[in-house]
Write a protein that binds this ligand. Structure first.
Ligand SMILES: [Zn+2]
Ligand SMILES: [Zn+2]
Length: 328
């Protein structure tokens, strides 16, 4: 079954590359990058498969066991634009073209100097070089970095200015994971790619690592009443666990319950939150948003925009505004 799927995928990738990508590359005079473009085609196709699976699995679940009815039908469409932009390869291909060759060059130079770069795989010969162990180790290290980056997004003023766009979705849905400011997306992807390359992850493994994380992240944001039980929630981030991170108050405010800037920052594994004392296992399914989206007697509601470009522009303005304020 898996073999058939892999063969089918390879056939479609080869067809798409030969029929569309290759002629375009020749035409544009980029034939020296054909090998990279072939990998880029793979990223694109993986993104397409992800979108189809998510739609077929999560969309019926949102209709069957919703947390709440949406107050704005357009909200899901805007988030879908983000998902197409991020997952169909625009960012990943950019990274592939920019970072991988740069790191390859740096590695080559270090080799010439007689220095072999660090590789997690060689930590404990006989154990850490087994493919499955290596893969899990990479997954753990990258997810720990994701946790740290997410804490920074909440504690560094200008980063929160950008990340608050993600939290401003009051109708959280299956496409909301990618509702991220473009600048935030670039910084995040560059940091993660550099970490991955620094610990020895091959580009092909990186595709798989990113894909697994992204699929679970989509589930976490879906408008579904799902949790993984006591043990499961302590291991993996469930929709209920992540919904608490998006909840006004406990989720992402410093006054929460005494921890720095909120709770449940985990991206794939929730045990980082237990380890660093930022976990909160609420039993209910909360509404989402940011406190300043609700008007009070003393100030009007802050507008985060409903269309893609407005959201991007307002994000940049908040970045400048919050960089001058105390971080939160
Ligand atoms: Zn957050
Ligand atoms: Zn989120």
């Amino acid at each position: 079954m898996i073999d058939t799927l892999v063969n089918w995928f390879a056939t479609v990738q080869a067809w798409l590359f030969e029929a569309v990508v290759q002629p375009l590359m020749f035409h544009a005079g980029f034939s020296e990058y054909l090998e990279d473009a072939f990998d880029g085609t793979e990223w694109f196709l993986i993104g397409v498969c992800e979108l189809i699976v998510l739609f077929l699995v999560l969309r019926p679940l949102e209709a069957w066991i919703p947390v709440h009815a949406f107050s704005d039908k357009r909200a899901r469409w805007t988030d879908f634009i983000y998902t197409v932009l991020y997952r169909l390869g625009a960012f990943s291909v950019l990274l592939f073209f920019l970072i991988v060759p740069l790191v390859a060059k740096a590695t080559e130079l270090l080799h010439l100097e007689g220095i072999n770069p660090f590789n997690l795989e060689n930590l404990l010969p006989g154990i850490t070089d087994k493919p499955l162990v290596t893969f899990l180790l990479y997954l753990l290290v990258l997810d720990l970095c994701e946790y740290c980056y997410h804490r920074a997004q909440h504690n560094v003023g200008w980063l929160w200015g950008l990340h608050s766009l993600h939290h401003s979705q009051q109708n959280m849905n299956l496409w909301s994971d990618d509702r991220t400011h473009l600048l935030d997306g670039v910084i995040h992807d560059v940091v993660m790619a550099l970490v991955a390359l620094a610990i020895g992850v091959e580009p092909a493994q990186y595709v798989l690592l990113v894909s697994i994380t992204r699929m679970l992240q989509s589930l976490q944001h879906a408008n579904v009443r799902i949790h993984f039980g006591r043990l499961g929630d302590a291991l993996l981030v469930s929709p209920r666990f992540h919904r608490w991170h998006h909840a006004i108050g406990i989720g992402h405010e410093s006054k929460g319950r005494g921890t720095l800037g909120g709770h449940n920052f985990g991206v794939l594994f929730s045990f980082w939150d237990i380890l660093f004392r930022s976990a909160y296992f609420g039993q209910t399914f909360e509404h989402t948003g940011i406190r300043d989206q609700v008007a009070t007697a003393t100030r009007p509601a802050r507008d985060y925009g409903s269309g893609f470009w407005v959201q991007q522009w307002l994000g940049l303005k908040r970045m400048v505004e919050f960089s001058r304020k105390r971080s939160r």
